[in-house]
Design a protein around this ligand. Structure first.
Ligand code: F6P
Length: 332
């Protein structure tokens, strides 16, 4: 293989830049030409390619976002769209593609590889919703961003003695809520994977009130509450049932930005290096991932077949640490 291209697609994630840097520099070390494709599959269809060198990726390892920009491209789902892309790649003599993104990116890459073009996929999404891998690039930074926000919200909630309901992202996956709820000391988490009972949550809040504590933190994952305004709705219900003031905050896109954590930079470096080595060695369809701290790859089609297994153990730890059971020697 003499040349390859790299793109980022779908929602951006902190650590994507570290990964682009690793792809470019590993490819150059293997004496390949490497092109950056602007705006994901849209740029691939339009032929928006720029040749990259070592300095094109200087000083980006610490930056959030993606220097290659990103898009969600409907046209790439069609055979015609992908044929246009193949023509563009052939015009530049590009022989392989590295696609960094989430579920939708992987589906597009799988279809392209089935048309005979070598592709390696790297998981990059804050949602951590690609079940074949333990972690995706961006998840750790997003959880840390939520924790930082929670710390600030908890300060003011403590002063005002209010309940805080914080809504986090994750699409249909409750991982950001579960991890930040555990690490942030939340009283309850509302996630798509588990049913919830608002009366039980209020019971906990009222039990805490008896002990003199009014500021409680509830984390709500987007998509976990039916209808619009998840966190707002929960805050209103809590206020009605408990009589304690409650406020909601939706963290939104703050979770997708910011300088990547050490863990996400590390994942970006390892995944980028490994994806290039894999495609260079002749593997035509690979999804790179990490399991038990070991980087591996498997065919993209197989990676897409995995169903998310909810981390019951972690959830049980969360429940154990939030239970209002003080034991028989408790003072109150
Ligand atoms: O997939 C990442 C994500 O941030 C999800 O958590 C969220 O549901 C979605 O993207 C938002 O997408 P958009 O950028 O299109 O609003």
């Amino acid at each position: 293989m003499n040349s390859l291209a790299v793109l980022t697609s779908g929602g951006d994630a902190p650590g994507m830049n570290a990964c682009i840097r690793a792809v470019v520099r590993t490819a150059l070390t293997l004496s390949m030409k490497v092109y950056g494709i602007d705006r994901g599959y849209t740029g691939l269809i339009e032929g928006d390619f720029t040749e990259m060198d070592r300095s094109s990726v200087s000083d980006i390892i610490r930056r959030g976002g993606t220097i290659l920009h990103t898009s969600r491209c409907e046209e790439f789902k069609t055979v015609e769209g992908r044929e246009k892309a193949l023509k563009r790649l052939a015009a530049y003599n590009i022989e392989g593609l590295i696609a960094i993104g989430g579920d939708g990116t992987f589906r597009g890459a799988d279809l392209l590889s089935k048309m005979g073009f070598p592709v390696s996929c790297i998981p990059g999404t804050i949602d951590n919703d690609l079940p074949y891998t333990d972690y995706t690039i961006g998840f750790d930074t997003a959880v840390n961003t939520v924790l930082e926000a929670i710390n600030k919200i908890a300060d003011t909630a403590g002063s005002h003695e209010r309940v805080s309901v914080v809504e986090v992202m994750g699409r249909k996956c409750g991982d950001i809520a579960l991890f930040s709820g555990l690490d942030g000391g939340a009283e309850a988490i509302i996630i798509p994977e588990k049913s919830y009972d608002i009366n039980n949550i209020c019971k906990t809040i009222l039990e805490n009130k008896k002990k003199g504590r009014l500021n409680n933190l509830i984390i709500v994952a987007e998509g976990a509450v039916e209808g619009d305004g998840g966190a707002k709705k929960i805050a209103e219900q809590i206020e009605d049932i408990t009589g304690i003031e409650a406020r909601s905050t939706t963290l939104g896109y703050t979770q997708r930005g910011g300088s990547p954590s050490g863990k996400d930079r590390g994942l970006g470096c390892k995944f980028g290096y490994y994806a290039v080595q894999t495609i260079y060695s002749g593997v035509t369809s690979s999804a790179v991932g990490i399991k038990n701290n070991k980087v591996f790859h498997m065919p993209i089609e197989d990676a897409l077949k995995y169903e998310k297994v909810f981390d019951e153990e972690l959830y049980n730890i969360f429940l154990t640490l939030t239970k209002n059971q003080e034991g028989k020697n408790a003072k109150n």
